[in-house]
Write a new protein. Structure first.
Length: 580
């Protein structure tokens, strides 16, 4: 039905189960069209695989062909197209069952993604089994998606959430975990692989400990399924969840594996469509598994695309993938550890090919934007693991997450770029410290034209960005006692503190940020607006941002902080003007 000839060459080796081969990376990279492009005139280096993996051509073609030739709703139609779609949809379920080695196809539930899967278990299991005083165990390194649903269950049911701690290497403390289990423990929910640290947790041992107390275990496999073989029967987990888009498949499709016993006993998560058996105004009866948990029209095209992603992985061999990624892990780990002033978070003995790190003297967002302009895609921030970063007393990191289609040359490019950024951050600013008393000596228009002239003479994007960083170093910091949540600009991923005051008809600002580039922008804004009247500020068109070519310097995340700050400045000026 689909053209899978390219897979035959991968599977024709007839490898023994434990035999491994070196993957043909040049050939593999040609299977992923997006990798063969340039970003800002540089070859794309895609190191954000922890957020989403790229899709092989076979998955793209499968999705397109289904849309073009077979599209029809599943399960309900008696006509030819519906029958074909239903067959392909259920075949995708069978493929995933075999990949996970689940006992039955009906233990595979199609969901909207791993977040949907985790919410399904939290809601349905919680509804059936959790009551006041019961306990739920998660770990300190969980993604928010495996924390918040359980917090909601605890709030609704009066249950207690308990947390497995980890050490500074990023390894769960199993002895502490054992102490947390009591007769009131109803479920344990832990990640297989940390999305922030790369730690591969000893989930089999975690499961065995819980089962010794007759406690079921849910495993969040979103960051594991793409890296290694997962055998749910060998693990003996009760639930296993992951997203399709993190395992080379489409978005908005996910999997929940659940043991038949639990799925039969748990109530439906959503209602309508396929999940019903018969409806009357007196009573509704529910469909059998797996349809009991697949209400409404399912994402059948996403499911079929995901099935082809697993075909692709099976053709490559998960042991071959694991072998290649281990080599890159060792290579990149050695290179990163040799950079002075760089700290890697997550140094567990067993980890996936993922590195979270910080550079002394530069905010991760600033470094991330610079890496992007050098063609390297990484993730910056807290990675939806606030409690994990609280353990390290920091706000987040730069994260480079690699998979089998990445190369050693790309790792070298990352190292070279980091060294360049590090050198830039270490340069001491020769610019004079910003003096707010001098800012109103020229008119707003003259000040804006001065700024435009400063930046217009700089052609290289990197030099412009560097000037912003150097300007940021000249901004006097506000006291730590003033950096309170009350003055934090809400909705900004970079922590930026803002206050304004009206003194003798003039507006004065106290602003600070964790980001050097935002601090640089603050200096420019204060040069224009500090010490002006409310009417002047309210009516100012900040044209220098575009005329100086500054707008492209800000990523959507950086820009979010900047525009919120500008809005706040002008809103406060309007308020001050009315109050005069």
């Amino acid at each position: 039905m689909f053209n899978l000839n390219f897979l035959k060459s991968r599977t024709a080796n007839n490898l023994d189960k434990d035999q491994t081969i070196d993957l043909d990376i040049k050939k593999i990279r040609n299977d992923f069209p997006i990798l063969n492009q340039k970003i800002y005139d540089r070859d794309l280096v895609y190191f954000d695989n922890g957020a989403t993996t790229q899709k092989p051509q076979v998955v793209i073609e499968a999705i397109n062909q289904v849309h073009a030739d077979y599209n029809s709703n599943v399960h309900r139609g008696i006509h030819f197209l519906s029958g074909q779609m239903t067959e392909m949809y259920e075949e995708a379920r069978n493929k995933i069952q075999k990949f996970l080695n689940a006992e039955h196809p009906h233990e595979i539930i199609f969901t909207g993604g791993v977040t949907d899967s985790l919410n399904l278990v939290a809601y349905s299991f919680g509804e059936a089994y959790i009551k006041a005083g019961d306990e739920i165990i998660v770990s300190e390194m969980e993604h928010h998606s495996n924390i918040v649903p359980w917090q909601i269950v605890c709030q609704q049911k009066g249950a207690v959430l308990k947390v497995i701690p980890f050490n500074d290497q990023g390894e769960l403390l199993l002895e502490e975990y054992k102490k947390l289990i009591t007769p009131k423990t109803k479920i344990v929910a832990v990640t297989h692989v940390s999305n922030s640290l790369g730690t591969v947790n000893p989930v089999k041992e975690i499961i065995e400990i819980a089962h010794a107390h007759q406690v079921p275990v849910l495993i969040d496999g979103a960051q594991a399924i793409q890296h290694e073989e997962v055998d749910v029967q060998a693990l003996d987990c009760d639930f296993y969840a992951f997203s399709g888009h993190k395992v080379y498949g489409p978005t908005c499709i996910g999997i929940l594996y659940g043991k038949e016993r639990w799925l039969n006993e748990m109530p439906p998560y959503r209602s309508g469509g396929d999940m019903i058996d018969r409806v009357s105004f007196a009573k509704t009866t529910y469909n059998e598994l797996p349809f009991k948990f697949e209400a409404g029209t399912p994402n059948y095209i996403g499911a079929i695309g995901l099935g082809h992603a697993f075909d692709y992985l099976s053709g490559l061999g998960m042991k071959n993938i694991r072998q290649r990624e281990k080599k890159m892990l060792d290579y990149a780990g050695e290179k990163l550890s040799a950079i002075p002033g760089l700290r890697v978070y997550g140094t567990a003995e067993d980890k996936a090919c993922l590195f979270s790190f910080l550079l002394d003297g530069i905010h991760p967002y600033d470094a991330g934007v610079l890496l992007d302009r050098m063609g390297i895609a990484v993730r910056t921030g807290h990675h939806c693991t606030h409690p994990l970063w609280a353990h390290f007393q920091t706000e987040g990191s730069i994260r480079a997450s690699l998979v089998f289609y990445n190369t050693f040359e790309e790792i070298d490019a990352l190292i070279e770029a980091i060294l360049k950024i590090k050198k830039m951050a270490e340069v001491k600013s020769e610019l004079p410290a910003f003096n707010s008393a001098e800012s109103a000596q020229k008119t707003i228009e003259q000040t804006q034209q001065d700024i435009v002239a400063e930046f217009k003479g700089i052609d290289d994007w990197l030099d412009k960005y560097n000037l912003l960083i150097q300007l940021g170093k000249t901004l006097p910091a506000i006291g730590e006692d003033k950096k309170t949540d009350e003055v934090l600009i809400k909705g900004c991923q970079m922590r930026t503190w803002y206050q304004s005051s009206l003194v003798e008809g003039r507006v004065h600002f106290e602003i600070d940020s964790m980001s050097l580039v935002i601090r640089g922008a603050i200096v420019l804004l204060m040069r224009v607006l500090e010490g002006r009247t409310p009417a002047e500020i309210k009516n100012t068109d900040l044209h220098f941002i575009d005329e100086a070519g500054l707008r492209p310097l800000f990523s959507p995340t950086n820009a979010n902080s900047l525009w919120k700050m500008v809005t706040q400045m002008q809103t406060d000026a309007t308020t001050d003007e009315k109050g005069e």
